[in-house]
Design a protein around this ligand. Structure first.
Ligand code: GLC
Length: 715
């Protein structure tokens, strides 16, 4: 049996809540449940669903900013999911108070949940995605590197930042403006003293390849003659208290009123408010404080009795609290879709509920510049991914407190694998890739350059994630479900279908210990086969306190590291599309498209489109599928299929065969011999073999579907 009610209780009512108890099996592991600190496997915990603004949180603090009442239960033989489709305050008890049952319950007297069938975890996630809605493709720039800080207080500061990034050649796509850009924290305004000509600034940045993103909070300053307040009052857009009067709370601007985003007319109005900023050229919007945070209340949110429209079925904040932030993000997303109908919106939100991914990317709120918080972000983002939130990230470098140069670099080396990759901090010393001296600047640049080199792969894998509901950054248990111990691998992850990342997460580390699942794995940078090392006793083993033994399914690895190391591995037979380093994503299309091919037999993909508009939905994209096959004495890459618009086809390719044992005797395209050349003279139709690194590079013009690139080596 896959799952079943606990025989003695099943469904029950008690006090002010209704609950359901499921049988708990010895091998059950629990994942998903959105944004949580603590271990990846949530077995043995009780978790609440109640969005909370909680700046000083610790790895064990619960709940945090988002609620995803969806649990993925995985055991040796199968997987299933349960989605509690109710925004009210609810809880999951995952075998903490009972040895024979796990349970969930919600305030009220009705229970509305979905049982999501497997049998595999991947199938559960696919079905859950179909239920709560897919992630739209973001604009490509949103997958670049983002620089943010609470404290960029003037146009001059932003200009300097832009200049430094370009001058020092550290790739970057977006500069963010926090609440400092507003006039007295009034949303949708500019502080004209600090930012006298915002449109000019935004355009100037755009010419240098930077997008501008600004913050918009829900707390609207209660101030007659402030247009947003006046209009909102006239339109009946603000939440009212139980006494029928507009509710007044407190946020950054002081006394504030709060739009009722559960009301369609208010969402529409809110969406229109972005018009001026959009006309100024602002590319993306950041919705914060939308739990909603209310500084005037002991509970730090609106009183539960505040009334809400609820799309016509009048209700209150007690019921709708958990969807407030998602409805705000929805209003923003839908407004942007109306204002720029052809373009893909980019919205970031702090609060959210199941399904928020339809409208916004998500970040995990106010973490701290501490090693624990760096580590905590990994299982947290993995579980967000297992809750279908594909586009997520944590503040790289940490938001609160001040960290060391080493922490920042290590965080960046991890953060380049966050689907959403943004550095953010609250004041204090500068926190960006350039601010830790020349040695760290080099290391930081190298990390960000890796993200930009990986961009064709990242974009392809994002598109695949959006289409399937499988996360981009995901735990090993999705791809390698068979080994029970894989559930505990919580500090390493798959980055798309082909790569496994095990970034360094310990201060002063000399060795990074992790496991590799069954099969051949290659060092991404060098192409060398990874071999087991004696695991016991060398350095901290993050995966488990126990020394690991190699089994048929798992390979424990102790990987020597320096400050420069970003441990990244490719599956045998992987084909990874790459591009030369770019300073931003619009710099130029991937030309050449580099296909890095690892020894073995496997498949690879590349998805290309205009990266900006929604025309991909009408078929304006190109998908290529490749197959690799290399055995002793021969390596082969086949462009198996090309589907879609030829206008997106790469104009040139470089095929990089990694781990080629001996120097080639012949390299051919569709049977015709290509010419050898020096490294520096690599041009279409020629190849170069780097004997020391064992890499064969073959440069080619545009390829036709069915093309075969082949190499024979001397025995
Ligand atoms: C909140 C946000 C943080 C932001 C700050 C000021 O604390 O979580 O990211 O910088 O508000 O707007």
């Amino acid at each position: 049996m896959v799952a079943g009610d606990e025989p003695s209780c099943g469904l029950s009512w008690g006090g002010a809540e209704v609950r359901s108890d499921f049988q708990l099996h010895a091998g059950d592991h629990f994942f998903g449940l959105g944004e949580r600190g603590g271990p990846l496997d949530k077995r043995g915990t009780v978790l609440l669903n109640w969005n909370q603004d909680i700046p000083d949180h610790e790895p064990w603090t619960d709940p945090l900013y988002q609620s995803h009442p969806f649990v993925l239960v995985v055991n040796e033989c199968s997987a299933y999911g349960v989605f509690l489709d109710d925004p009210r305050r609810s809880w999951f008890d995952l075998g903490k108070t009972s040895l024979s049952a796990w349970s969930f319950g919600v305030e009220g007297n009705e229970l509305n949940y979905y049982f999501v069938a497997g049998p595999s975890a991947a199938e559960v996630l696919g079905r859950y995605a179909a239920l709560v809605g897919p992630t739209p493709l973001p604009p490509r720039w949103a997958l670049g590197y983002h620089q943010c800080r609470w404290g960029y207080k003037s146009a001059a500061r932003i200009r300097r930042l832009a200049r430094d990034f370009r001058r020092q050649r550290v790739p970057c796509d977006a500069l963010w403006l926090d609440i400092d850009h507003m006039d007295g924290y009034r949303c949708f305004t500019w502080n004209r003293r600090r930012f006298p000509q915002p449109r000019r600034l935004v355009q100037e940045l755009r010419r240098q390849g930077f997008r501008t993103v600004v913050i918009v909070d829900p707390g609207i300053k209660r101030e007659p003659r402030y247009a947003v307040y006046d209009e909102g009052t006239k339109g009946g857009h603000f939440c009212r208290g139980a006494d029928g009067k507009t509710y007044v709370g407190e946020a950054w601007p002081g006394r504030c009123v709060f739009p009722d985003f559960t009301r369609p007319a208010t969402r529409e109005w809110w969406g229109r408010l972005y018009r001026d900023l959009v006309e100024d050229g602002v590319a993306g919007f950041w919705n914060d404080m939308n739990e909603p945070a209310d500084f005037s209340q002991p509970e730090h949110t609106l009183p539960l009795s505040v009334r809400m429209h609820n799309d016509g079925e009048l209700s209150d904040h007690r019921r709708l609290h958990n969807v407030y932030g998602m409805q705000m993000a929805r209003a923003t997303f839908e407004g942007l879709s109306r204002l720029r109908p052809k373009e893909r919106p980019f919205v970031l939100t702090r609060a959210g509920f199941a399904g928020v991914q339809r409208y916004a990317a998500v970040w995990t709120g106010d973490n701290q510049s501490r090693w624990e918080h760096l580590r905590m972000s990994v299982p947290m983002l993995l579980n967000l991914g297992l809750s279908n939130v594909i586009f997520c990230g944590a503040d790289i470098g940490g938001f609160g407190r001040t960290g060391s140069a080493e922490l920042f670099t290590r965080w960046l080396q991890l953060g380049i694998f966050y689907p959403f990759c943004r550095v953010h901090t609250a004041g204090g010393p500068e926190q960006d890739p350039l601010s830790y001296g020349p040695k760290h600047e080099r290391l930081n640049r190298r990390a960000i350059e890796l993200r930009y080199r990986l961009l064709p792969y990242l974009y392809t894998e994002f598109e695949h994630a959006a289409a399937t509901g499988l996360p981009l950054m995901r735990p090993l248990l999705l791809d390698f479900p068979r080994h029970p111990a894989v559930h505990r691998a919580e500090y390493e992850f798959m980055f798309g279908r082909q790569l496994l990342a095990a970034p360094v997460l310990e201060e002063g580390a000399r060795v990074r210990s992790f496991i590799l699942p069954a099969g051949d794995w290659y060092d991404f940078a060098r192409g060398a086969l990874v071999r087991p090392r004696a695991a016991a006793g060398k350095g901290a083993n993050l995966w488990t306190a126990e020394p690991q033994k190699a089994t048929a399914d798992l390979l424990p690895v102790d990987w020597p590291v320096t400050l420069n190391s970003i441990p990244l591995f490719a599956r045998g037979g992987a084909i990874v599309p790459l591009q030369p380093v770019r300073q931003h994503t619009d710099d130029s299309p991937p030309d050449p498209l580099i296909l890095r091919v690892f020894p073995g037999t496997g498949r690879g993909w590349c998805y290309l489109d205009d990266g900006a508009t929604i025309s991909y939905r009408e078929g304006a994209y190109l998908r290529e599928e490749y197959a690799a096959d290399s055995r002793r004495g021969q390596a082969r890459l086949h462009l198996v299929r090309r589907q879609g618009e030829p206008c997106f086809a790469p104009r040139s390719y470089v095929v990089e065969f990694m781990g080629v044992g001996n120097s080639p005797s012949a390299v051919m395209l569709d049977g015709a011999r290509l010419r050898p050349c020096r490294a520096a003279g690599l041009q279409a139709g020629s190849w170069h073999f780097d004997g020391r690194r064992r890499v064969l590079r073959v440069a080619l013009d545009a390829l036709g579907s069915g093309a075969v690139v082949e190499c024979r080596t001397r025995r």
